[in-house]
Design a protein around this ligand. Structure first.
Ligand SMILES: Nc1ncnc2c1ncn2[C@@H]1O[C@H](COP(=O)(O)OP(=O)(O)OP(=O)(O)O)[C@@H](O)[C@H]1O
Length: 297
């Protein structure tokens, strides 16, 4: 390291940085700054802010031209309008900013950074039976093209959305789920919300995603599945009535054409049966990583 440093000082005299003493605090500062920039970029990519960023880059280009050619009137207008634009952006992106701050305060966020300290520290969210029943019901409904929308509560409560439906409080079973989503039955419309091993309510109304990058071919069922995953940490299983394909929505992303084993892996991971490590929940990681290849959102 020292030799490399000396080489740079000797041959590239302009690089003053290598002459500066770099302390441990500077290194920590660089790591924190890199982490902050990375987190902000990931946040921008996963929210509506991505569209805004593209707009800002486009505008930035024009502003640069305006300054380059000294267009004084336009420079005056830009200077006056900048403060208003910043306030407007904060108001428009208030839900995303609130969500980002909430994530900062989440237990899982800190666990992901520092580790749980105890890798055997495992908490089970739902039973193996529930996972099996969910997989069976989803696959059965997909086979016969029965549309379904199943929201699985994670750390954040879904009470607000449960209230829009009909209370059930029944144990999860494939027969019950298939029955709920059966065409022309009173409970088939809307979403089912599951907490742990219980179906809390059916016919629930979910917020629709306004994500413009979602395929136009997707209707309101898929938009509702993505919508709830944008505003909460829930995971949604969607079965298309049109194609019989299974999708999973999580953190505002939609993974298409999910196969049985993949669905099971995801649900087992969500059970928290696998120890939480510094890399996060394994199944969720797989879902996100693979999701990048075929994500709609
Ligand atoms: N906001 C919502 N909350 C909950 N469920 C909804 C919501 N909007 C639509 N749905 C459900 O989606 C159904 C309509 O699905 P639609 O055909 O528009 O969606 P899609 O994404 O094209 O799905 P499919 O592939 O199954 O046709 C409704 O009958 C209703 O059950």
């Amino acid at each position: 390291m020292q030799t490399i440093k000396m080489w740079f000082i000797q041959y590239i005299p302009g690089l003053y940085i290598f002459r500066m003493p770099v302390g441990i605090i500077d290194i920590i500062e660089i790591i924190l700054l890199s982490f902050l920039v990375y987190t902000i970029l990931v946040w921008i990519k996963n929210t509506r802010a991505w569209t805004l960023l593209k707009g800002i880059i486009f505008l930035g280009f024009f502003v640069a031209l305006i300054y380059l050619f000294h267009m004084d009137t336009l420079i005056f207008i830009i200077n006056k309008g900048l403060n208003i634009a910043i306030i407007a952006a904060i108001i428009i992106f208030q839900p995303e900013l609130r969500k980002a701050l909430e994530i900062l305060g989440e237990k899982m966020f800190l666990v992901n950074i520092f580790g749980s300290g105890n890798e055997k520290d495992v908490e089970q969210r739902c039973s193996d039976k529930t996972v099996n029943e969910l997989v069976r019901a989803t696959v059965e409904m997909a086979k016969v093209k029965t549309g379904a929308l199943i929201v699985l509560e994670q750390n954040e409560t879904l009470e607000e959305y449960e209230r829009t439906g009909i209370d059930l409080d029944a144990l999860v079973s494939s027969q019950l789920l298939i029955n709920i989503f059966e065409h022309n039955t009173p409970l088939h419309d809307g979403a089912v919300i599951i907490k742990g091993d219980k179906i809390r309510s059916a016919t629930c109304y979910l917020p629709l995603s306004e994500n413009l990058s979602l395929s136009k071919a997707l209707g309101t069922r898929h938009r509702a599945g993505v919508g709830i995953s944008e505003v909460t940490d829930s995971v949604t299983i969607i079965v298309s009535e049109e194609t019989g394909k299974i999708s999973i929505a999580q953190r505002g992303r939609l993974r298409h054409n999910v196969q049985e084993e993949e669905l099971r892996t995801c649900l087992v991971a969500l059970q928290n049966k696998v120890p939480v490590t510094k890399k996060g929940i394994p199944g969720v990681g797989i879902l996100r990583k693979k999701g990048k290849e075929s994500d709609e959102a």
